[in-house]
Design a protein. Structure first.
Length: 314
């Protein structure tokens, strides 16, 4: 597990650098093979890899940005940048999938209207599928390796890991589907062979669309300030109990926490039943922060002294 935010950024850069190289190869291969083999399904795969390549360029900058300390421009820090990145990345992926669905349906309608299409070159597709699946498997391993080394704290590497897995599944499924397509010649489904690539596109989109939708909704919830899970809240309560000396006479009024990228922003509301110096409040904050990070990862903690239950006061 990493010991500092600097180490986390370094690990992200290493993983994303490898990913850029792999994704640019897959993007070029997908687009070229789609053109040479007359298979639109490969174009979807190539565009998906292209988005992964471009997003890795942005992700490297985002990884540095979120670790910057607060300043006059962003008085509450840059933690939201990671969630914003994931949100827009998911929207772009959804846009590509929507374009793929539109193109596939348009091609099927044209075929039903009597339009003929060039024959698909199956040999090229099988070679492409095997090569891309191997590369995606390697990228998945790389991202997972570095993600685990960050202590599972990098949402960027988690997203890239999922994308590599999805890209690999797409490549393998495309190769398998086209490889099995000739078996349909003597079946009642033989009529779909001229547009088999469009059918495969629709099936693939149906299988993978859940991931970008889920990533989009999760990131949007973070930006909106949705509360952390009950498990995280319970861990914060444990951390507060551990961090505050037993001799201190206090009441824990409330705990508020929301996840923003790789950070949990935590507000601790305490009623201390005796006079307390500002230095002790600072010590409490650092002690609680340390105890929280052992349980839930990177956090920013603020301790607020109050005698009013925050939630009940509304």
């Amino acid at each position: 597990m990493i010991s500092s935010s600097t180490s986390l950024t370094i690990l992200e850069k290493r993983s994303l650098k490898i990913a850029r190289f792999g994704n640019v190869i897959m993007a070029i291969a997908g687009i070229l093979t789609a053109w040479m083999a007359n298979a639109d399904a490969l174009l979807v795969d190539g565009l998906y890899s292209g988005i992964n390549f471009l997003s890795s360029l942005v992700a490297a900058r985002v990884g540095e940005s979120v670790m910057r300390p607060w300043d006059k421009t962003r008085p509450f820090g840059y933690y939201a940048d990671e969630a914003i990145y994931i949100t827009f990345r998911s929207v772009i992926l959804l846009g590509i999938l929507a374009f793929a669905v539109f193109s596939a349906i348009t091609k099927i309608i044209a075929y039903a209207s009597g339009h003929e299409f060039s024959e698909i070159v199956l040999g090229l597709i099988v070679i492409y599928s095997v090569g891309m699946t191997v590369i995606c498997g390697g990228l998945y391993y790389v991202h997972r390796y570095y993600w685990l080394k960050t202590g599972k704290r990098s949402d960027i590497l988690k997203t890239e890991q999922q994308s590599a897995l999805i890209d690999g599944v797409i490549s393998a499924a495309v190769g398998l589907a086209f490889g099995l397509a000739p078996l349909l010649k003597n079946t009642p489904l033989h009529f779909i062979l001229p547009v088999i690539d469009s059918v495969i596109v629709l099936v693939l989109v149906a299988l993978i669309i859940n991931q970008p939708i889920r990533s989009f909704l999760n990131a949007l919830a973070e930006i909106a300030g949705e509360s952390s899970s009950p498990r995280v809240i319970a861990s914060i309560h444990e951390a507060v109990s551990e961090a505050i000396p037993e001799a201190m006479d206090y009441t824990l009024i409330d705990v508020a926490s929301s996840k923003l990228g790789r950070f949990h922003v935590v507000m601790i509301y305490l009623n201390v039943h005796h006079p307390i110096q500002g230095e002790l409040v600072d010590e409490l904050r650092l002690s609680i922060k340390s105890a929280c990070e052992k349980r839930i990862g990177l956090v920013e903690v603020e301790v607020i002294l109050t005698a009013t239950p925050r939630l009940l006061a509304r």
